[in-house]
Design a protein around this ligand. Sequence first.
Ligand code: PLP
Length: 370
Amino acid sequence: MTTTPGTAPQNDDQIRTRACLDALPAYVAGHAADDPDSFKISSNESPFGPIPAVRQAMIDVMDGLNRYPDMVAHDLRSELAGRFGVAPEQVVVSTGSVTVTGLVIQALCEPGDEVVMPWRSFEAYPILVGGHGAASVQVPLNGDYALDLDAMAAAVTERTRVVIVCSPNNPTGAAVTHDQLEAFLAKVPENVVVVLDEAYFQFADPGAHFDGLRAFHAHSNTVLLRTFSKIHGLAGARVGYAVAHPRLAAALNKVNVPFSASSLAQAGALAALTDEAMGAVNVRSHLIQAERERVQDAITELGWDIPDSQGNFVFFPMGERSTEFTAFFAGRGLVLRQYGDDGVRATIDVTDANDRLIAVATEWFRIHGV
Ligand SMILES: *Cc1c(COP(=O)(O)O)cnc(C)c1O
């Protein structure tokens, strides 16, 4: 029997969803630009498509899509493990590093356990934490829109299972240096896992961002989260991973959804790690870095003090003017990402988009000031 949409009985209020979901905000995806002349610079995507070798590697596995992927992602994990000096089992590959963040929460948190995080930070964190019935402890950023690591260490209680360090921080761009990270890790109890979310670390200037791998090898309570979505330009393929110590890795592997990294994702990611691909990625990251500096310098020259960003994006701390600011840019062909009454983020994209970002920001500044 077929049912016409809209005529089905609307009785699904009998379904009992978990109470912890009621308080959860929905994830707001950067929306597409309606007009073709407009730039969508709201999702921190790479403006560059996959390089030819990555594209070809994905095409090559296409004819085998009737088969399930390699469940243990053997080749990709071995390649990554070799680079990091860990066993392949310690690399946990899944559908983007957002998914892996969820696995960490799922593996570590009982209902009511606490996860300490900076705030504003990545909006997926409280959704993942709340969705698993754990509690987010949001520690406000300091006056420089950077992580307040002292306050984060002080927020750890005996209920804390996880602390998230996002560096460079999405959406403000502040990075944590190696010394800052080490001082922080010295204060966090060894039974609390410190997640180092390094989604954007390749965009950071040398020395501005900690050496995650060194911290990982020095501290048994750390876990690295990395992604192919940002610098590698494979956001649509959905692949990211954790590098974890054996006990946590085993737990993550237990809760990971089987086959979560598709054959296309595995093939693309593996091809993205060759010397040739890494060379291309380095060129691209230098381009984005140079463009970020150009945008930041142009805005600073206006006499406008925006936070120094180490990511592929810049942040405008507009406070209560955030809605007006976002609309102003949308009206001039730039789709930005608004964070409530905290501010607005703009992704560094192709030169034309960045030129327009500078021009519209300049126009705003001339009319409104900061
Ligand atoms: C984009 C991003 C990720 C990576 O997301 P994927 O699921 O790998 O696409 C992780 N953390 C932060 C802070 C991000 O902004």
